[in-house]
Design a protein around this ligand. Structure first.
Ligand code: FES
Length: 154
């Protein structure tokens, strides 16, 4: 069940959108901000509030890589897995990240600190290889830089 605060925030946003379908990502973002991820129950609750089917909400949720349909760690690392980053040897940096965290793509570290997810182009190709931790972009990655970045998030 959505909390009063979640419901309030979604309804306030709904008033700003002429088409409810366009509002779905924002509604899901609101719920995810409160809960960390979007469960099947949350999909059904958002669908009910917005007068849409759960299948419609789920389809939209699944098309956004920033909407998490499974529990994630305290910090989410989106590691760019696209062509400009490949050219700049992102594979070596990703291998270091995976080794350092002992968590591969789609996995969460044992301490629940990080979840690593592969991502389509993050839009910062001129700083390739690139990753994003929560809302913060990190570019020109090297194994040494990865080590320093990981120390910053608790
Ligand atoms: S290909 Fe990696 S940021 Fe664009």
């Amino acid at each position: 069940m959505l909390s009063d605060k979640e419901r309030e925030e979604i309804e306030a946003e709904m008033a700003r959108y002429p088409h409810k379908r366009a509002m779905v990502p924002e509604a899901l973002r609101i719920v995810q901000t409160h809960r960390g991820w979007i469960s099947d129950e949350s999909v059904r609750d958002v669908a009910e509030l917005m007068g849409m089917s759960a299948e419609e909400i789920d389809t939209i949720a699944s098309s956004y890589n920033m909407i998490f349909r499974r529990p994630v760690g305290r910090h989410v690392i989106l590691f760019c897995d696209n062509v400009s980053c490949w050219i700049m040897r992102s594979d070596a940096v990703r291998d270091h990240l995976v080794k350092r965290l002992a968590a591969g793509p789609g996995e969460t570290t044992k301490d629940g600190r990080y979840t690593v997810l592969p991502s389509a182009c993050l839009g910062d190709c001129h700083h390739a290889p690139v990753m994003m931790v929560d809302d913060e972009m990190h570019g020109n990655l090297t194994p040494e830089k990865i080590d320093r970045i990981l120390e910053r998030y608790t």
